[in-house]
Ligand binder design. Structure first.
Ligand SMILES: [Zn+2]
Ligand SMILES: [Zn+2]
Length: 159
């Protein structure tokens, strides 16, 4: 399906195609929490980077995490330089993928039948964590990629 998104001030608008658009992956890492997740997490989607179209590209800024003297992370976090909205992550290690934040998408997304809570080794102590069936927990990365999660549940959107 075609996902249309924008930052809050709408200086940056974008569209991208995704066949795996369920917002089920909640990331509690400190980067998502600080840059995109007021509730303690950000919801990461997966889309086809080759289909990305951007209006207002001149208003985009990119944040690459740098820890100590290490090289900056290849994950490029795109955000609006005017209003600060987090928009998407693109990583040169997986160039065909684009990871929009669900918060930036205006197209109604399908409601996920379960949620995956990831990077819980880094969760802030104040964040409430749903427990039980349909709420699997992972210390770091989950056991399935976003692609595999959709395929194994028959949730791939073909159009
Ligand atoms: Zn903006
Ligand atoms: Zn994260």
């Amino acid at each position: 399906m075609l996902l249309e998104g924008a930052c809050h001030c709408r200086a940056v608008r974008f569209s991208v195609h995704s066949s795996e658009p369920y917002p089920y992956m909640y990331c509690y890492c400190s980067i998502c929490r600080k840059t995109a997740g007021g509730g303690g997490y950000a919801i990461n989607l997966s889309a086809d980077a080759g289909s990305l179209e951007v209006h207002g590209e001149e208003h985009l800024s990119i944040y690459q995490v740098k820890i100590g003297d290490a090289e900056p992370s290849p994950a490029k976090r795109h955000f609006c330089s005017r209003c600060g909205s987090a928009l998407w992550v693109w990583d040169s290690r997986w160039p065909e993928l684009l990871h929009p934040f669900a918060s930036a998408i205006d197209t109604p997304l399908p409601k996920a039948p379960e949620r995956c809570h990831i990077m819980l080794d880094f969760v802030a102590a104040w964040v409430p964590l749903p427990e039980g069936e349909g709420e699997p927990h992972f210390g770091e990365y989950p056991d399935q990629s976003i692609h595999d999660w959709h395929h194994s549940r028959g949730l791939v959107q073909e159009d």
